[in-house]
Design a protein around this ligand. Structure first.
Ligand code: AMP
Length: 728
């Protein structure tokens, strides 16, 4: 939803732009919002000075040689030159560290990602779709462990959100008629700016090319001046505000060409990201594959409100596929063309956004990155959620409540707290109707990635569908006693406005009707005293003159039995694939094999998300141990614990390594007919348990009823020595 939200805003100011682009720059904004760090700026200056000194000393050496100076004299000059070169090298190193932001070098990050991705692909967590036909960019299959992880994440999502809040879950079609997406604004505005290679026709996202160019210069070209570096940072910071023309001008100014062929590029133009289709054989009903699941909930609001006993607040939820025809998908699983979204639309009275359960999360402390901190170049800081809401940094309690719940959800899944932050949208990222927006961003090898968007979208969506469908998507608060109310009545005189503003009539009328009471009363007094008033119409992007006679503004007394209003909606929107990918990176580590000759891969998934909860092996291939293993497998099946049984003759060490690589948290080794050992994946510690207890213990461990520490203290155990498994 956020894409469009931004899209709508940007279209008012800078021509058609998709917000996906806006949002994908968050990564860079993290670095670039900051004015250039003092150390980086001074290092760039110091490097330029040192380079000048090296050049001048080099010239001096050459001059001495040309003048056939004495050997000691030349040697001394060369020594001084070498000394300067060493100093330059050391500044270069410092600068390199400063520009890579202390996150390790790009090379290290790339190598880490490669190790994770290789393991994921080899163990079939995911598979590039249609691989035997060379695949299609931006489409991926989940293989067996990937499916299991996804099912676990979604099951926990349902438990943590749907069950906890009694949300109304719906399941709507992916194929959506045009009218719905016309009303929501997607048909007109869900676009990214694209450029084409003028010779091959290959398409690229215009903002990505400019972003890559600036980042590359900043990170790899240490010779650029501090001034140039500031300019590139400014471009990155304002990338989202650039119109098609401005973007095109920058591409030309920097001489950016097609990255694959070095051919020249076209001017940028908007490309709608929705996959178009038609419904039925006649081809007369246009439709699209939905770009988000939210619209299915909005169009069902009336029925859901009724189902909920005509009471607010309530939330509806939907999990389903979303489709976006990304121009040039990259970043592996992070930017794909079909993905699973899990969205919540929490409908609330705009006059009361308190939340009865806010107290349950108000004590939480985590990294928050309000817009003021971003603008002044500071970093995200650990903040108490309750204080952020009390101070008004977070707009309201309900939004704060969901931020807290999202934090708990992600960290319980296994996302590292230190690499999770909540970043508030900058004013230019938010649509004019949005009250406040925060993104849960997770840091991985690609940088900070928006994984969940949490937005207070006010009444925008329900109003848009009310207008288009003619069905009032509203709620009512019944009064115990009728109330006398003074109502503001704004009546634009369409004839006069039409004559004055012609094609812009509709936008002027809408803006007048949307005035707050304060604005309307100010206009009324201006019209009465001066006969006219200057009035900003945001959708036109300019101020117009409203003359007396173009609008009637009055206050009328009325008796009311109820208050009818369009609810506000607070929307947490989860990109499930992105969360899962970040979880893979946060869980992955390597450790040496017993002999130290190999690095073994481990995914330290919490039992909750682990694709398989436990492995069962006979210690050696002996019929009596195999029978015990089969028996335990049956007990685990009956207890509903997913597991695999490995009867291969491989060494126990090899078998452990295979399951560690799948992130299986517990392994049971059958080595007697009465009891067995359970080994915990990360500590490699083992406890001895009788066969009759084993299934219930593993079940308790995987469902979070018991921790490994509980089991460890209650049963005979032994610790792995020197970090090695005893059986190996
Ligand atoms: P948006 O409606 O653009 O705010 O997207 C909602 C969520 O969907 C984001 O927070 C992302 O986690 C996820 N998302 C958006 N676009 C993509 C994509 N192309 N591939 C995977 N996930 C995406």
């Amino acid at each position: 939803m956020r894409s469009l939200l931004v899209r709508l805003l940007s279209s008012t100011s800078s021509g058609p732009r998709s917000s996906i682009s806006r949002l994908s720059h968050i990564l860079s904004i993290r670095q670039v919002q900051a004015p250039m760090a003092a150390s980086e700026e001074s290092l760039r200056k110091a490097l330029a000075d040192k380079q000048a000194a090296v050049d001048s000393r080099g010239n001096a050496v050459r001059a001495l040689k040309a003048a056939k100076a004495s050997k000691p004299e030349i040697d001394a000059a060369i020594d001084a030159l070498n000394h300067l070169k060493l100093e330059k090298l050391s500044i270069e190193k410092e600068l390199q560290a400063a520009v890579s932001g202390g996150n390790g070098s790009a090379v290290t990050r790339e190598a880490f990602r490669q190790a994770v991705v290789n393991t994921l692909e080899r163990r079939l967590f995911y598979i590039p779709s249609f691989k035997i036909y060379r695949g299609v960019a931006g489409l991926y299959d989940y293989g067996p462990p990937g499916c299991a992880v996804k099912a676990n994440v979604l099951s926990f999502w349902r438990q943590h959100f749907v069950l906890e809040e009694n949300m109304l879950e719906v399941d709507c079609p992916c194929v959506t008629p045009e009218v719905v997406l016309k009303a929501s604004g997607h048909v007109d505005k869900f676009t990214d700016l694209m450029v084409k290679d003028l010779r091959t026709g290959t398409c690229y996202r215009a903002d990505h090319l400019l972003k890559d160019f600036c980042n590359e210069k900043l990170q790899k070209d240490l010779t650029i001046s501090a001034e140039k570096a500031s300019e590139f940072k400014l471009v990155l910071a304002t990338l989202d505000d650039l119109s098609a023309e401005e973007l095109g001008a920058k591409i030309k100014e920097y001489g950016i060409v097609s990255p694959d062929t070095k051919n020249p590029l076209s001017d940028p133009y908007p490309f709608n990201l929705m996959f178009q289709t038609s419904i039925g054989p006649s081809g007369t009903i246009p439709g699209f594959m939905r770009p988000e699941t939210a619209q299915g909930i909005f169009v069902n609001f009336k029925d859901l409100y009724y189902y909920n006993g005509n009471r607010l607040p309530f939330a509806a939820a939907q999990i389903g596929q979303a489709f976006r025809n990304e121009i040039s998908p990259r970043q592996g699983l992070l930017r794909v063309r079909e993905f699973t979204l899990a969205e919540i639309e929490h409908f609330v009275d705009p006059e009361d956004k308190s939340h009865p359960k806010f107290g349950e999360v108000s004590h939480l402390e985590f990294l928050m990155f309000p817009r003021e901190q971003q603008m002044s170049g500071q970093s995200a800081t650990k903040t108490c959620l309750g204080e952020a809401v009390a101070k008004g940094t977070v707009n309201n309690e309900t939004l704060g409540y969901f931020i807290g719940r999202v934090y708990l959800f992600l960290t319980r899944l296994g996302i590292d707290k230190g690499r999770l932050r909540f970043r508030q949208h900058l004013a230019n990222e938010m649509a004019h109707y949005a009250a406040d927006c925060w993104d849960a961003e997770i840091e991985c090898s690609y940088g900070w990635i928006e994984c969940v968007g949490i937005a207070d979208r006010s009444a925008y969506d329900l109003r848009a569908h009310t207008e288009k469908s003619g069905v009032a998507l509203v709620a009512a608060e019944k009064f115990a006693q009728p109330r006398e109310v003074e109502k503001l009545v704004i009546t634009p005189i369409k004839k006069e406005i039409g004559l004055a503003f012609k094609g812009s009539q509709k936008m002027v009328v809408e803006a007048l009707e949307a005035m707050t009471e304060e604005e309307a009363m100010k206009m009324k007094s201006s019209l009465e005293s001066k006969g006219e008033d200057e009035f900003l119409v945001c959708t036109l992007g300019k101020t117009v003159t409203i003359k007396d006679g173009m609008v009637k503004i009055s206050k009328e007394k009325k008796k009311e039995h109820q208050r009818v209003f369009t609810p506000s909606v607070i929307e947490p929107s989860f990109g499930i694939g992105r969360i899962i990918y970040c979880l893979y990176e946060h869980s992955f580590y390597k450790r040496p094999s017993k002999d130290g000759d190999e690095q073994l891969n481990v995914f330290s998934f919490p039992p909750l998300v682990a694709p398989i909860k436990c492995t069962v092996f006979p210690l050696i291939q002996k019929p009596e141990y195999e029978a015990v293993a089969q028996h335990i497998s049956k007990l685990l099946t009956a207890a509903g614990v997913s597991h695999i049984i490995d009867m291969s003759g491989n060494t126990i060490g090899k078998r452990y390594a295979r399951t560690d690589e799948l992130g299986v948290p517990f392994a049971i080794t059958a080595d007697s007919q009465t009891d067995v050992t359970i080994r915990e994946r990360d500590s490699k510690d083992q406890v001895r348990i009788t066969i009759s207890e084993v299934a219930s213990i593993v079940k308790d461990l995987t469902e979070g009823q018991k921790t490994w520490a509980d089991i460890w203290s209650a049963y005979p155990h032994h610790t792995s020595t020197n970090g090695e498994d005893n059986e190996e």
